[in-house]
Write a protein that binds this ligand. Structure first.
Ligand code: G3I
Ligand code: 9MR
Length: 582
């Protein structure tokens, strides 16, 4: 099954465990005795994809001593020299490291970093457009994950494939049965993106994914209006980003039961399929249980899309708004319909027993779209402190929507706007505390190495970007850029976590299409989940340390899967960087 052994061998070698290496005399100021310091890789950790000239470039060098360094350009000239920071231990990876700040270097080119006394060296590049290809690939990944469409070579290249899951004959599962749609009723629910490495479609996760991409469009409209993503709809007069989003909105729209406004939690087979291509998946698919979380995610996203489409596509905008209101009303009447996995269904749960944040989010989106005060009153009732966004935690999203809405000065008092902005800045300030004390100069700590930790990193960046926009304070921008550097290689594993980009990137992601197709390399442009201290699968990890708990192996679905909700905040950061620097 593992057809990519050859590639795997070279990637894994950099992870070779050298065991408990003897640490040289620690500096007097550092006490290493409480740490089990391993040296998993002596390699310098940096962004393997490339830097924008004016972006932050902090490089991590494993060392227990302050080191001197030189940067040499392509002509062999030394263009920057200096000394590192003092050594410190990053407890999440068990490494003693120093930081070297190369941010002063701002000429496009290929460079070599040489660390004196340790013979360590690494090459890196500063580019005029380091993320253009990645940005397009990260979007193309959504096209590759589209259900109900044949992928053509002119758009999918080597990853062209037959149509999978037409989804026009989906069965109502017993958990979703009603008098008007009893068990076994056939409904049509085509299109949408496959969630991840599996072929199911989940409303909760679709919600935050679609929102984040819509947000990228709203914040960088001019940039996206002219960005071609080379998809089948590219010449239809609608920005490609919206065409891609529409593919999923059209599916979401079918997940509402028009008889009562409730929204099915997911559309799924009973079990995860084996490693097959989409068109080989012929097991029956079901819509399963209506849930409050699904209704509210649906309401929030449909209200958001409706707002965006009001001027250009009023009929569609009106349809989505009515659907959003119906779903919201259903949620108010059924406020605790938490998703409970039926015994005959084994696929992803996306279960959430606290939907206060979803109520706040849907209320805010409906207020912004309808301008009806009761929605704002409801929002105030449900509002809470902002937390880093995830599929289960959306409390920050209404603040982002409201703080940056282009009619905010009409819709809110100055005091309200101030309050929404403050919520975001408060969260960013919490995030900065970790950054300021981090040996790796990355705002990731103990609780962040969950299933999908790379999305935690990218969603932290999303919050930092908002704080930067609100305050113009450069510290937030720098910390966001260092998170981008982190997922592109400045991390203990030495992996650039985006498939196809960087010197060492995952080649065995838990992505059924990538394994089942005939292509040697995985679909590029997917951010994999990343280190997860829980190691919630049965693979053999090389380390139990949180930031090292990563395996580039099909087996490791809790660290090496890909999903639509992890790619979305990556895309937001790429758009933000291109907007800032190009
Ligand atoms: O909520 C508890 C929290 O109370 C507890 O302290 C913490 C400690 O482990 O766990 C929390 O629950 C975790 C939950 O995510 C919410 O964060 C679970 O342990 C963890 O297993 C769960 O992981 C989710 C995983 O599915 C398993 O359900 C991931 O977030 C989610 O991204 C992932 O999503 C899957 C879909 O089910 C199927 N499609 C692929 C997709 C990506 O792998
Ligand atoms: O392949 C499944 C992956 O897409 C899901 O995200 C993951 C979530 O639980 O589950 C994977 O399926 C595994 C199953 O849960 C347990 N047995 C091994 C399966 C993967 O080979």
């Amino acid at each position: 099954m593992i057809k990519k052994n050859l590639l795997a061998a070279s990637a894994v070698s950099i992870l070779a465990v050298t065991g408990c290496s003897s640490i040289e005399q620690p500096l007097a100021t550092l006490d290493f005795t409480n740490f089990d310091v391993h040296e998993y890789s002596s390699a310098i950790k940096l962004n393997q994809v490339g830097y924008f000239a004016n972006a932050s470039k902090i490089v991590i060098v494993p060392s227990t001593n302050i080191v001197k360094f030189n940067v040499i350009n392509a002509n062999g000239s030394v263009v920057l020299s200096g000394i590192s920071s003092a050594p410190a231990v990053w407890e999440y990876s068990g490494e003693a490291v120093v930081q070297i700040d190369l941010s002063a270097l701002n000429a496009v080119g290929q460079y070599s970093l040489e660390v004196e006394d340790s013979q360590q060296r690494a090459s890196f590049s500063i580019k005029a457009s380091p993320y253009d290809a990645m940005h397009k690939a990260a979007f193309k990944a959504y096209y590759i994950n589209r259900a109900s469409i044949k992928l053509l070579p002119e758009f999918a290249g080597d990853y062209a494939r037959p149509m999978g899951h037409v989804d026009t004959q989906v069965l109502v599962h017993s958990s979703a049965a009603t008098a008007s749609r009893p068990e076994g009723t056939v409904i049509s629910s085509p299109k949408g993106w496959y969630d991840a490495g599996d072929y199911n479609k989940y409303i909760v996760n679709s919600g935050i994914s679609t929102y984040t991409l819509l947000l990228a469009y709203e914040h960088f409209t001019a940039y996206y209006d002219n960005k071609s993503l080379n998809i089948p709809e590219s010449n239809n007069g609608i920005p490609d980003i919206l065409d891609e989003i529409d593919w999923n909105l059209e599916w979401m729209s079918t997940m509402q039961d028009p008889n009562d406004g409730g929204v099915y939690h997911k559309l799924t087979t009973k079990n995860f399929t084996p490693i097959i291509m989409p068109h080989e998946g012929t097991e029956p698919r079901f819509v399963v249980q209506k849930s409050t979380a699904a209704a509210l995610n649906f309401a929030a996203v449909m209200a958001n899309a409706s707002r965006l489409y009001q001027a250009t596509r009023p009929t569609l905008a009106n349809k989505y708004l009515l659907q959003a209101i119906d779903a919201y009303s259903w949620a108010l009447e059924n406020p605790t319909q938490y998703y409970r996995q039926p015994s005959d269904i084994q696929t992803g749960e996306y279960g959430d027993n606290n939907v206060t944040d979803e109520f706040a989010w849907a209320s805010a989106e409906l207020y912004l779209t309808t301008q009806e005060p009761p929605f704002l009153e409801n929002f105030d009732q449900y509002a809470q402190a902002a937390q880093v966004p995830s599929w289960a935690q959306v409390s920050a999203l209404p603040y982002i929507s409201m703080a940056f809405n282009n009619q905010a000065d009409i819709l809110f008092t100055e005091q309200q706007r101030q309050r929404y902005s403050t919520r975001l800045v408060d969260l960013a300030n919490n995030i900065m505390q970790t950054y300021n004390t981090s040996a790796y100069k990355v705002t990731m700590s103990e609780g962040d190495f969950v299933w999908g930790s790379n999305a935690v990193a990218m969603n932290r960046a999303l919050v930092l970007w908002q704080a930067h926009k609100i305050t113009q304070d450069e510290q937030y921008k720098v910390a966001a850029e260092e998170l981008v550097n982190y997922v592109m290689g400045k991390n203990p594993t030495g992996f650039s976590f985006v498939t196809g980009f960087g010197e060492v990137s995952p080649i065995e992601p838990h992505h059924r299409q990538s394994v089942a197709d005939e292509v040697l390399t995985p679909v590029p442009g997917f951010l994999v989940g990343g280190p997860h201290s829980g190691q919630q699968d049965s693979c053999n990890y090389v380390s139990d340390l949180p930031a090292q708990s990563f395996l580039d192996d099909w087996c490791s679905y809790s660290t090496n899967e890909v999903t639509i909700n992890w790619n979305a905040p990556l895309i937001y950061s790429l758009a933000q960087l291109e907007y800032l620097y190009k």
